[in-house]
Design a binder for this molecule. Structure first.
Ligand SMILES: Cc1cc2nc3c(=O)[nH]c(=O)nc-3n(C[C@H](O)[C@H](O)[C@H](O)COP(=O)(O)O)c2cc1C
Length: 334
């Protein structure tokens, strides 16, 4: 569904080439200072325009519909909307008959019995991450003073991102990437076992981002190869600080006070200018296709701020829930 969260509850709406995309946030606490300028940095980091990103440039100006008055959240639902202005829908006329390999065209046609909006990928577009980034700006205020920072650490398996991009562009191809995200300064205690562990909710939100195919926390998949004596994080002080951070800041699904660290694998963009094959459902045969339209060469370039936003949304929800439980008393003295 298009809603996530228990206390900090978001609902996204819109489609890539419809009039607008947006988000409604229910449960945003009253009294948060929210000004239009606070959104500029994160929305700017998600914007296209740099090498390897789509030539579709949008204004991405947030329109605040409700829930903010005199620069503070009111406690009513916060609704933020962004107009879609720069659309070229003709590029998508063929995708219903010949779905793009790797994209959601085929599954959307079957699931929605052909009633889906195929223009620009419809609701499967990376554009849906714009309102998520806006909600992330508010979620970051809720988890403050914890901070969250993500960066692209590899593209195409290499640290030389520029070189990898140049090659993908020259080859009319696309390339994947690895994004690492670190959350510092979270207290011990966020996360609601069994099902709403920190890893579960961050992963849930991360997999809502189109094009993401994997996530690992801390030492990640290396855990499968190691021994306990190498892997275990020794506690070295009374705040629970650990010498190493193989668990990625989460133990038993609960934040343990160390940095939460996770990495996400972003796949290569499906829509590439290089000739590919797909099934032609009109002719009932396989055929060659060349995907047209304006596309990112490397989606991962734009993912860091999106990963920050979705993790912040999951953690804001867990923080509000944890604050309710904390209100029942102080920490147990050993
Ligand atoms: C910021 C962002 C931009 C994206 N841009 C494109 C794009 O230009 N072309 C494309 O084919 N897919 C793009 N995607 C990925 C598709 O939306 C995604 O692959 C598709 O919905 C299918 O979902 P899946 O890859 O998770 O299976 C983008 C994703 C994000 C997060």
């Amino acid at each position: 569904m298009n809603t996530f969260g228990r206390l900090f509850r978001i609902s996204i709406f819109g489609e890539s080439h419809g009039p607008a995309v947006g988000i409604n946030i229910d449960g945003c606490p009253a009294g948060l200072k929210i000004e239009p300028e606070h959104f500029e940095e994160d929305l700017g980091r998600r914007k296209s325009g740099a090498k390897g990103t789509t030539p579709r440039i949008e204004e991405d100006k947030p329109e605040f519909i409700s829930g903010i008055y005199n620069r503070f959240s009111t406690g009513a639902p916060v609704t933020i909307r962004f107009e879609n202005k720069n659309v070229k829908s003709r590029d998508y006329e063929k995708v219903q008959a010949r779905p793009r390999p790797g994209h959601a065209d085929y599954t959307a046609i079957v699931k929605y019995r052909g009633f889906n909006d195929p223009r620009g990928g419809g609701q499967f577009s990376g554009r849906m991450t714009l309102p998520l980034v806006a909600a992330g700006v508010i979620a970051k205020k809720i988890i403050y003073p914890a901070t969250i920072q993500a960066e692209l650490i590899e593209a195409g398996g290499s640290k030389n991102i520029e070189e990898v991009l140049d090659k993908a562009i020259a080859d009319k191809n696309s390339v994947g990437g690895l994004v690492e995200c670190t959350i510092r300064g979270l207290p011990v205690g966020l996360g609601e076992p069994f099902f709403d562990s920190v890893e579960s909710l961050i992963s849930h939100m991360i997999f809502a981002v189109p094009g993401i195919k994997g996530i690992e926390f801390g030492g990640g998949f290396k855990a499968a190869k190691g021994t306990g004596s190498e892997y275990n994080d020794a506690i070295i002080d009374s705040s629970g600080r650990t010498k190493t951070n193989n668990t990625g800041g989460v133990s038993g699904g609960i934040s343990n006070g160390n940095d939460i660290v996770f990495r996400v694998a972003v796949k290569p963009t499906s829509s590439i200018p290089k000739t590919q094959v797909s099934y032609d459902f009109e002719k009932d045969e396989m055929s060659e296709i060349r995907v047209t339209g304006r596309h990112d060469v490397c989606i991962a370039l734009r993912v860091p701020v999106i990963a920050e936003a979705v993790a912040a949304i999951a953690l804001a929800d867990l923080k509000l829930i944890n604050d309710v439980y904390k209100s029942f008393g102080d920490k147990i003295k050993f």
